[in-house]
Design a protein around this ligand. Sequence first.
Ligand SMILES: Nc1ncnc2c1ncn2[C@@H]1O[C@H](COP(=O)(O)OP(=O)(O)OP(=O)(O)O)[C@@H](O)[C@H]1O
Length: 258
Amino acid sequence: MDGPSLRAEQVRFGYGRAEVLLGVDLELRPGEWLALLGPNGSGKSTLLNLLAGLLRPRAGRVRLDGRPLAAYPPRARGQRLAYLPQNGPYPAGMSAREVVGLGRIPHMGLLGRETPEDRRAVAWALEVTEALPLADRPLGTLSGGERQRVLLARALAARPRYLLLDEPTSHLDLHHQAALLRLLRRLVAEGVGVLTVLHDPNHALAADRAALLAGGRVVAEGPADAVLSGGALEAIYGRDVWVRRTAEGEAVVLPRWR
Ligand SMILES: Nc1ncnc2c1ncn2[C@@H]1O[C@H](COP(=O)(O)OP(=O)(O)OP(=O)(O)O)[C@@H](O)[C@H]1O
């Protein structure tokens, strides 16, 4: 309970009669990167929605820097945490720059006037996501990977303490995957707490810690390398997962297809 964190405590949630989360504990601290993995339908996006305050737990609670998340007005919440949902709706007719500007709304005054700081944050977010050349294009005309980077830039523009990213590498080519992983490492070094849902364990190996969600619970959690190469994935995926070590000792995790 010491120090700031975004934390789920014994969180339970379901849709109708279908129970999805059966008591999840998870803590994200500023300055660390936690990767959340688990099978399709295990509740990863649901958990992110709960941590972002878009869903309310049926039991248990979510705390943001010690206070119940539900006690924060949306604006105060939006100043502290930003969320990139998976396949969320997006304003197709707005330009990329306008969309990224939406990320500044929690920081704007009542009149919604843009300050130099807002403009700097938008320009920075477009630049670090390599989306500046797209700034004047309507979002609906962008390719999947281009749109993904602009939506990521919108989350970054809020300059939040906690960043929740659902499948941020989806649609990205190898260059942009690498650039994103490097960018997240930089943000973490600057003190941001990053929580990513990732399917590729090789991306998750860039994180500090990893948590595996399965059967409604966190079934493994710890240093990313230990969790992702230590047998927990095999326990879920059996022979479908293949863990190798490079000559330098780094883990590589592949789907076994032969
Ligand atoms: N709005 C909804 N109404 C009913 N059921 C839902 C709803 N949203 C999600 N579910 C169900 O809840 C479960 C968890 O879904 P969720 O999207 O959180 O999983 P996930 O781990 O993010 O999956 P994936 O890896 O496929 O993205 C799934 O069985 C899904 O079908």
